[in-house]
Design a protein around this ligand. Structure first.
Ligand SMILES: [Zn+2]
Length: 194
């Protein structure tokens, strides 16, 4: 038996109107995105942010229908993790979350003893030149590679979000430093549209 899995798509569901879509917020009250590093030692960053902003729900729980299908969730804060917790790598997610959920807040968090503080940006490019005969320069924004200074990297990423067409102008932006040994979260920058 073969299937193209189309029965698992929203667009084939009789109740779903793709051309008059106005968000999935009725199912999941997502309003905030947290961008953080995928370092397992910093995995509790979303919980730390939810504790800092008391109206956020994380991790939350599934909402089930009578048949046990997962039709929603109580979480308000979605996390995207990547190398260093960089905004550049998260732009596609921000744009998608705007379309699906009308995202209201985007929060960048960089953390202590991040691997991205262990090299200079040109070292990564040189590694790919020498070992893989590849030029990554056109692929990755240079300021989004290494972390040379946490204040600069957090401010860089909030500015990158603010200047990106993928981030609606009404979205509130925050940048934090997370000291993973003490669990301390420090706000470095905020950009709240007036
Ligand atoms: Zn890291």
């Amino acid at each position: 038996m073969t299937t193209n899995y189309s029965e698992y798509e929203f667009r084939t569901q009789p109740w779903f109107d793709q051309d008059n879509f106005d968000g999935f917020n009725f199912a999941i009250p997502m309003k905030t995105m947290v961008i953080h590093c995928f370092d397992p030692r910093a995995a509790e960053i979303p919980q730390a942010i939810a504790a800092h902003f008391p109206d956020e729900v994380y991790p939350g729980e599934n909402v089930l229908d009578e048949a046990g299908n997962r039709i929603g969730h109580t979480r308000t804060l979605f996390a995207v993790s990547n190398a260093g917790g960089r905004a550049f790598s998260a732009l596609q997610s921000v744009a998608t979350m705007e379309y699906l959920f009308h995202v209201q807040n985007v929060i960048v968090v960089h953390h202590s003893f991040c691997g991205a503080t262990g090299f200079r940006p040109e070292q990564l490019l040189e590694h790919f030149h020498h070992h893989h005969h590849a030029d990554l320069a056109p692929l990755i924004e240079q300021g989004s590679q290494a972390i040379l200074n946490f204040e600069d990297s957090v401010k860089h990423d909030v500015a990158l979000l603010r200047n990106s067409p993928a981030v609606p102008k009404n979205v509130k932006l925050y940048g934090f430093f997370y000291e993973m040994n003490s669990g301390t979260l420090t706000e470095i920058v905020r950009d709240i549209p007036v």
